[in-house]
Design a protein around this ligand. Structure first.
Ligand SMILES: Nc1nc2c(c(=O)[nH]1)N[C@H]1C(S)=C(S)[C@@H](COP(=O)(O)O)O[C@H]1N2
Ligand SMILES: [Mo]
Length: 227
């Protein structure tokens, strides 16, 4: 199923001759960051993947975010703009979820995520009634979006730990969106800004290059004109 799907995606990319393919592994070699702690590999009887199982295929490679200078901004169609330090974000109530990330390249990894509830951060800024879409901006210039209703209904997390360990810089330190049931390109890493928007058709970095704005795992990841 996954093979057929990948074949379809690859075929379509070739067919329309899109200049870039999402998540093509970069040639740059790098030494992985030493993990700040012992990784949990089993949770409630379930075997977890390893942090080293993730592929590094980010558009500009791993980003160095300074914990002290870092700010998470919340703006757009909100009544109260906000700017939080790293400590202010992780001081919020913590939540745990085992969720698998699936990249359109064909690999996937399931780990235990620890994070804060995105909707709580958003609601603290009082989104206006016309806010439909949550746009994520990242330290590498990457952008992607999720429907506000999905973020609320699915209790989507902004993660700062995986398998009990602080996110290493390759994995998006300080924060990655855990966009469960969505393709990996919806899982924004190195998040620096959360922008609320009335635009339901907003297209982020890979979406502008032909990937589905919805990005649902059970549907095709490819869409030149549709959602
Ligand atoms: N900021 C940023 N976030 C990003 C990306 C990126 O290039 N930049 N790539 C996305 C893609 S295509 C995938 S599959 C996942 C992969 O997560 P990983 O790099 O931790 O394996 O990150 C997503 N988040
Ligand atoms: Mo991806």
């Amino acid at each position: 199923m996954r093979r057929t799907h990948r074949a379809l995606v690859v075929g379509f990319i070739a067919l329309v001759a899109v200049t870039a393919s999402a998540c093509t592994t970069r040639g740059t070699a790098f030494a992985p960051t030493k993990l700040g702690g012992v990784e949990i590999r089993r949770y409630k009887g379930e075997k977890l993947g390893a942090i080293s199982d993730f592929h590094e295929n980010s558009i500009k490679g791993p980003q160095d975010v300074d914990r002290g200078k870092y700010r998470l901004k919340v703006d757009g169609t909100v009544d109260t703009e906000a700017s939080y330090t790293y400590q202010q974000v992780i001081a919020r109530p913590k939540h745990l979820k085992v969720v698998q990330l699936d990249c359109v390249e064909g690999w996937s990894v399931k780990v235990l995520w620890q994070g804060v509830m995105l909707s709580e951060i958003i609601d603290a800024s009082h989104p206006r009634p016309d806010a439909r879409t949550v746009i994520f901006h990242a330290a590498d210039g990457y952008t992607t979006s999720l429907p506000l209703a999905y973020v609320r209904d699915r209790q989507i997390l902004l993660a700062y730990r995986m398998n009990g360990v602080e996110l290493p810089k390759e994995r998006g330190f300080p924060f990655q969106v855990v966009a469960e049931s969505k393709w990996g390109y919806k899982w924004c890493k190195w998040v620096t800004r959360i922008e609320l928007s009335p635009n339901a058709d907003y297209r982020g970095y890979w979406e502008q290059r032909g990937y589905s704005t919805l990005g649902d795992l059970d549907k095709s990841s490819f869409s030149l004109s549709g959602p």
